[in-house]
Design a protein around this ligand. Structure first.
Ligand code: HEC
Length: 121
């Protein structure tokens, strides 16, 4: 529980900071017009409802997804377009599938931003 609160606070902190300080140490945020993976993950995509950074809740943690995708050199973008099969947890795939309605409407740039965000964990 403590972790969840801490996580929520961190997210809050970050979202406030972004308004006022653009370059705070993250080389990737140089391109200001670039879509933010974090914003998509927590906002429009609502991925945060089922995926946390380190802890499995409904879906696997971002850390777990990131590790498996990196190990297998797989593409999260393709998965979110429903062009590739699940490799993390086939048994729960039906639950994840409901999100393709949202992710299929996203641009390649947005999907790449989500992938980068997950890979940062
Ligand atoms: C309703 C809960 C829920 C939401 C919301 C959700 N997911 Fe998932 N996700 C899951 C579950 C459950 C799994 C495990 C099944 C699986 O691996 O396909 C999963 C798996 C994944 C995987 C691993 C797929 C694989 O290869 O097995 C990725 C990547 C992923 N989600 C990304 C996202 C992104 C990005 C969003 C937001 C657009 C999102 N998820 C929103 C429940 C959710």
């Amino acid at each position: 529980m403590k972790r969840v609160v801490f996580f929520a606070l961190t997210v809050l902190l970050f979202s406030c900071k972004k308004e006022s300080e653009d370059n705070f140490g993250q080389p990737k945020s140089e391109a200001i017009e670039k879509v933010s993976g974090q914003e998509l993950f927590e906002g429009k995509g609502n991925c945060i409802a089922c995926h946390q950074a380190e802890q499995k809740i409904i879906g696997p943690s971002m850390a777990e997804i990131s590790k498996i995708y990196k190990d297998k050199n797989a593409s999260i973008v393709s998965f979110l377009k429903e062009e590739s099969q699940p490799i993390v947890d086939q048994s729960q795939y039906e639950v994840m599938k409901t999100n393709f309605a949202i992710t299929k409407k996203m641009s390649d740039e947005e999907l790449k931003a989500l992938e980068d965000y997950i890979f940062a964990h």
